[in-house]
Each structure stands twice: as C-alpha cells, then as structure tokens.
Design a protein. Structure first.
Length: 163
C-alpha cells in the first residue's frame, strides 16, 4: 500500500461508494493509516474489509472528515472514471454481471450528470446508460451483447483519451 494513505483514502472511498472497491485493499490501507498515526475508531471496524457496506460507509465518512472529500464531488471525477474503467474491464472479462455494471452506471449518472462542470459525462460513459435501460437481475451476458460492445467501445475511448 502506498505511503500516501490519505490520497488512497479518496480513491478507496470513491471505489467503494460506486461499489467497485476491492476488499483485499482495505486491510493494507488500514495498516498504512495506523502506521501514519491515524487512530479513528472506524479503522478497526474495517479491518479485513468483510462487511462491504460498513466499509463503504466508513471510507466515505473518513474521506470527508480527514480530507474534506466526497465520492460524488467534482474532485472525485477522475477517480470515478478510473472506477468505471476498472468495472468495464471486469465486465468484459465476465467477472461482474450486467446488473452490477448497470447499477454502477446508474450510480455514476446520479452522482455526476447534473453537476457542473460535467458536460463531458457522455464522453466517458458513452451510451452505457441507454444500454442499461431496463436492466434487472435476469440479464445475462448472452442476452445483452450490446452492453458488452458498448463496454469495449467506452474502454477504447478512455484509453484514447489518455494518449
């Protein structure tokens, strides 16, 4: 884990807020925070990262208290884009199901669509919102090839934007 535990806090808070966080990263981050002298009681409650909803809540709380950061803020946009990119890669590899990806798309839309300066939301989300329209738990990969095609297209646009 990076020695920049405060910066990592913002990333983890964003990833867990949008349900893309990796529980395996929680304990090393908690250890880094303890090593840096942080003593918030929420750290002990996140040890192991087993309770995802509690971890999600605690990370959001600590990010606000320590860094003044909120996962749905303008400052979170680059971290949210990275979380989307990570989720799209996992989706294309069939590691997460269509409903999970579409829940993320809906969460991102709700968090950022109406916030200035977010006129470029469609540039980094492409047509995912429309592809996820009417998504539910019954969707399977073979029934929504349009969603995988759009996921691949968005990944290509995100990669091109980094060049």
């Amino acid at each position: 884990m990076s020695k920049n535990w405060k910066g990592e806090l913002n990333r983890l808070a964003t990833e867990f807020w949008f349900r893309t966080g990796d529980a395996a990263e929680v304990t090393p981050w908690v250890e880094a925070a303890y090593e840096a002298g942080e003593t918030a009681v929420e750290l002990a409650e996140m040890w192991g990262g087993a309770d995802i909803e509690r971890t999600r809540s605690h990370l959001q709380f600590l990010a606000k208290q320590i860094n003044g950061f909120e996962p749905w803020s303008d400052a979170a946009q680059p971290l949210a884009v990275a979380a989307l990119e990570r989720a799209l890669r996992r989706y294309v590899a069939h590691e997460i199901d269509p409903a999970t990806l579409c829940r993320l798309v809906d969460d991102l839309d709700a968090a950022f669509l109406d916030k200035p300066p977010m006129p470029n939301l469609d540039r980094w989300m492409g047509n995912l919102w429309n592809c996820c329209d009417w998504c539910d738990a019954t969707w399977t990969f073979d029934k929504v090839p349009h969603l995988e095609a759009e996921a691949v297209a968005v990944l290509a646009r995100l990669a091109a934007a980094k060049r």
